[in-house]
Structures are given as C-alpha cells and as structure tokens.
Ligand binder design. Structure first.
Ligand code: NAX
Ligand code: ADP
Ligand code: K
Length: 460
C-alpha cells in the first residue's frame, strides 16, 4: 500500500547527515544526486541543446554535476549562475564542470532548461527579477526540468513563495517532499520522477500507493464480508449514492435506513424506511452491522441532530461525512471513526491549525483519535498514530456534486471488509481516484460506483 516516502526539508537534512556520518563524503552524495537527475533528464530530452541554471547552494551544485555529465554524453550544454557557489560541494561541482558560466540575467534561452536555482534550502521567495528570468527561460524551452523542486516553492507546505513557472518534469531527489504532492506546488510540473540517492527515510509519511486487495475466501458469506448500514436523512439522493458505492466496494451487504420510501435503485441494497430517531436506534440494534455511515444527505435540522445522536449512541464503528461533520463537535467524535472532511468541514471542526495540510491532518487525527481523510485535489489521510498517506493527481473532474458521497460509501465498505480504519481509508481514496480515471471526463457522481468493480479487480 505504501508508496515513496515523503520527507520535510529538516528530515531530508537529517537523512543526508546520517549518510555523511556513515562515511560517505559530502561531494559523493552530490555526485549521486546529479547522476540520478542527469540519467532522468537524458531519457526525457536526449541531445537537445540545454541551459542549466545554477543557484548558490547545493541545488546549484546538482546543476553543475548534471551539466558536466550531459556534456560528456554529447549534449551542447551551457550554464548560467545566480552568483557564486557558497557551499564546499557546490564549489567543487562548479570546478569539475570547468566550462564557462554565464550570468543568469543575460543568458540566452535553449531548447532544454534545467532549474537548479533552489531546492529545499529556499528560505524566501525569489527576487522578482530572478523569478521573471526563470519564467522566461522556462517558457522558451520545449523541455523544462526542475531539480528536486521548482525554484520558488516552499518545501514543507507546497506554498508558492514567488511566481513559479510550470515545468514539464520535476526530479525529486532522495525522497518526495510535501511540495511534490500538496497544491499549489504540485501543480507546477506535468510529471514527477523520483531519483533515489541511497538515503534512509523515516517511514511514517508516504505517497498513497496502490493497495493489494483480496477476493473473498471460500468460507465467506454476506455477513462475514461486512454489513454496512447507511443512515440517511432529508436529502435522499446523497445517502442512496453512498449506499450504492458501498455496495460496489466489496462489502457483503448494505442496508439503507432512509426517511423516504424506497426509490428505484440497485435491488441489492436493502432499503428500509426509518423515520424517527427512535426508529434509527431500533434499526441499528443489530450485532451483524460492521460499520455505520452517516452524514450524506442527513440534513442539519433538529431531526437530523436526533438521528445523528441515535446513530452515535448505537456504538458501531462510524464513518462520518458531510452534515455529520457539521453537526458534531470535534470532542464528540467517537475514537476509531473515520472522518472525510473537505476544506470547509475541516476548518469548522478543527479551526485554523498551523502548518501544512499534512501537519493539520495529523494534528486533527491525533486530537480526535480518528482517521481523517482531508479531501481536495490533494487528499491527506492521517491516522492518530502519526501515519500519513498523501494522494495527489486525482482527476479534476471529481470536483462535481456527490463524489464525496461516493467516497464516503466506499470508505464504509472498505472498513466493513478490512476492519482497519487507516487501511480502509487508503484503499478507498485509491479506488475512488481510479474509478474517476476510468470514468473519463465530465462524469457525474452516479457513474463512479459502476467503475468500482474494475478498479477493484485491477488490485487483486
Ligand atoms: N547535501 C548534499 O550534498 C545534497 C544536496 N542535495 C541538493 O541540495 C538542495 C539543498 O541544498 P541547500 O541546502 O544548499 O539549499 P538550496 O540550494 O536550495 O539553496 C540554499 C541557498 O540559497 C540561499 N537562499 C535561500 N532562499 C533564497 C532566495 N530567495 N534568494 C536568494 N538566495 C536564497 C540560502 O541562503 C542558501 O545559501 C536539495 O534541494 C538538493 O537539490 C541533494 O542533491 C542531495 C545531496
Ligand atoms: N479539483 C479537484 N481535483 C481532484 N479531486 C477533487 C477536486 N475537488 C474535489 N475533489 C475530490 O472530490 C471529492 C469531493 O467531495 P466533497 O467536497 O465532499 O463533495 P460532495 O459533498 O459534493 O460529494 C473528494 O473526494 C475530493 O477529494
Ligand atoms: K530547483
């Protein structure tokens, strides 16, 4: 399930220090990084003429190594620098390059541009003139490559500290950084390639990787595969959509406790009209229920409040979405639940927490003892024990009504199957993204459940 590790700038520095402490000289690590990046750029750009932009720090050092190695392969390389090299390794890399170094302010463009101005050491935005030069030279190139990070993005938050052009390729060195997955920085390149340089990374924060799912065993029956109950409310459609998604998620059975009478819908879903909070309590008094999903279409009035209270009191494992997140206070969330807030719901529940989206999700999960899926174009899944998976690059067509209801149903279904909230949340976000990819363009939320069986089959 886990993909590449994600390290902050400080964790990256600590990991580099550990490599140096093991006896690898500073400059050897820079050679490794430069060689990894040069190999990736060579595959992308071949013999096209190139301008490498080198900054004053070690990111610039990587640039000089890349320039030298691609010159050795026959590429017509020029180098333009932003001032002198200030670290011992980058000074050596510049000396090993040995060729002319132009001034960034006046260098002519080339077919390929390599941005090695700043990486994880950026402490403030680029000066306006430098940012403008970077923009001009990048736009003039048909092949643009950012080394480690596009210059101008803040490593740990993904914020843009100055104007950043869009690169064709970003080469992440040693580990992914939060800015590779968090927006807006994650939108500053078309493709991300990870270049390993042999550092050991802490293993708590990862990019979301493809899950490994299992087909039901021969002994399976509908109750062992998990019974998901969906408690609906005033807006019937949202709960129906969630129930439909849960029933295509691998769960054994879905019961929809709705306020309205059964509408036409998948007949596999057991529809039961449950009007009062007392009726909700009776319906949920069933030991076979593995997970209860509440929130989509619940409403926010007194009746919704009562239905939610009856649902929480029933004591089953909960997935809380939409209106449930608006009605509940953070300290009333039962431990072991899964929450699926979008930005607005997250801020209402947890306030304006400091730090990156990853930091905020982690604090929220620890605070309420629940797994939090902090949704958006970048979705951060955080567990109370500190584990985090970050998903970026989902189809932007997901920004349509009801796709959150589909995700919530899917989370409920995977939780019923696995019994493990972090795993269920991770599987659900992956499958949701894959279903969207399969649905293509301009889909509506109703199309996504139909795409789930194929998305699941692809992970068996
Ligand atoms: N230690 C090493 O040998 C390795 C370093 N690596 C590379 O080194 C990078 C980190 O290197 P550094 O820590 O030297 O940091 P950078 O190269 O990102 O830049 C740091 C330098 O720029 C200055 N600076 C920061 N923001 C500025 C601004 N807005 N305008 C002008 N100057 C500014 C800083 O004062 C410092 O001198 C990584 O991103 C990666 O590319 C990796 O290749 C791994 C190996
Ligand atoms: N621009 C976007 N790019 C990719 N995914 C997005 C984007 N906007 C929203 N999403 C995803 O779509 C879903 C929307 O959920 P939500 O905001 O709760 O919508 P709704 O309540 O209408 O169902 C979430 O899974 C979210 O991560
Ligand atoms: K860079």
């Amino acid at each position: 399930m886990t993909g590449a590790p994600i390290l902050t700038a400080a964790q990256m520095r600590a990991a580099e220090q550990a490599v140096f402490a093991s006896g690898v000289p500073d400059y050897a690590l820079m050679e490794r990084a430069g060689a990894a990046a040069a190999a990736i750029i060579w595959r992308a750009g071949g013999l096209r003429d190139m301008l490498v932009l080198c900054g004053p720090g070690n990111n610039g050092g990587d640039g000089y190594v890349i320039a030298r190695l691609l010159r050795e392969r026959g590429v017509a390389v020029r180098v333009a620098a932003l001032g002198e090299s200030r670290t011992p390794s980058s000074q050596r890399a510049r000396a090993e390059w040995g060729g002319p170094v132009e001034d960034l302010a006046t260098a002519a463009p080339a077919t390929q541009v390599v941005d090695a101005l700043f990486g994880t050491g950026l402490s403030r935005g680029l000066d306006a003139a430098v940012a403008a030069r970077l923009g001009e030279l990048t736009q003039a190139a048909s092949h643009s490559h950012a080394i480690d990070l596009p210059s101008g993005v803040e490593t740990d938050s993904g914020a843009l500290l100055s104007a950043v052009p869009r690169f064709r390729l970003c080469v992440a060195l040693g580990a992914l950084k939060p800015a590779h997955l968090l927006y807006p920085a994650a939108g500053c390149f078309d493709r991300l390639i990870y270049g390993p340089i042999g550092i050991a990374a802490p293993d708590q924060v990862h990019r979301l990787g493809p899950p490994r799912l299992m087909a039901p065993g021969v002994e399976a029956h509908k109750y062992t595969r998990g019974l998901v109950a969906v408690v609906g409310g005033a807006m019937a459609g949202a709960a129906r959509l969630a129930a439909q998604s849960a029933s295509s998620s691998g769960a054994g059975m879905v019961r929809l406790f709705a306020m309205d009478e059964a509408a036409a819908g998948p007949d596999a879903i057991i529809h039961q009209q449950v009007q009062t909070a007392a009726d909700v309590a009776i319906a949920l008094d069933d030991e076979r229920i593995a997970v209860v999903l509440v929130g989509p279409g619940l409403g926010r009035d007194a009746a919704a409040r009562d239905r939610l209270a009856a649902t929480v009191t029933a004591g089953h494992r909960l997935v809380l979405d939409a209106d449930a997140l608006t009605l509940l206070a953070a300290d009333a969330i039962p431990q072991g639940s899964i929450l699926t807030p979008h930005e607005g719901e997250f801020r209402r529940l947890f306030g304006d927490l400091p730090g990156s989206k990853i930091d905020r999700a982690r604090v929220a999960a620890a605070q309420c003892g629940a797994v939090v899926i902090y949704k958006g174009a970048d979705s951060v899944i955080a567990a109370p024990d500190g584990r985090v998976a970050v998903a970026a690059g989902a189809s932007t067509w997901l920004s349509t009504a009801g796709t959150g209801d589909v995700l919530a149903g899917l989370v409920g279904g995977r939780l019923a199957v696995t019994g493990d909230p972090f795993r269920a949340a991770s599987e659900a976000v992956w499958l949701h993204g894959d279903a969207a990819r399969r649905a293509g363009a301009a889909f509506v939320a109703d199309d996504l459940p139909d795409a789930l069986p194929a998305a699941i089959a692809a992970r068996l």
